[in-house]
Write a protein that binds this ligand. Structure first.
Ligand SMILES: [Zn+2]
Length: 126
């Protein structure tokens, strides 16, 4: 990931995740497109290729988005008992908005945390 002796940033991973910027310098863009990571930082040259959040963002988005939408749907059903089409009309777009809105910042957060805590694939000593 980084050469030995490389200093790691003290910039908050949450701040860089919200802004979608490089976890080291906080200035360069992290993404190339909606969810694809850029190959490297345009400002400091940090190589993003070893950084991989895997399925982590999707798991967190499912848990957080599901909690919010299901909680609201249950509350609405128990309070107002609306017809089924009201649920579809309200909660289908809400699910898309919440999940789509959370996916990018959560991916950026996991990548920034991976960088900050020096998480790397395991190696066999030899
Ligand atoms: Zn950078």
């Amino acid at each position: 990931m980084n050469a030995p002796g490389t200093t790691y940033s003290s910039i908050s991973p949450f701040l860089t995740a919200i802004k979608g910027t490089c976890p080291r310098c906080g200035k360069g863009k992290l993404f190339h497109g909606f969810l694809e990571l850029a190959p490297s930082c345009s400002q400091c040259g940090l190589d993003y290729t070893p950084l991989n959040a895997g399925d982590g963002p999707a798991v967190f988005v499912s848990l957080i988005g599901g909690f919010i939408v299901l909680g609201l749907a249950l509350w609405m059903e128990l309070t107002y008992e609306p017809p089924f089409w009201v649920h579809i009309l309200l909660f289908f777009p809400l699910t898309i908005l919440i999940c789509g809105g959370l996916l990018r910042p959560l991916k950026a957060l996991l990548v920034a945390m991976q960088y900050k805590h020096k998480a790397e694939p395991g190696r066999i000593a030899g």
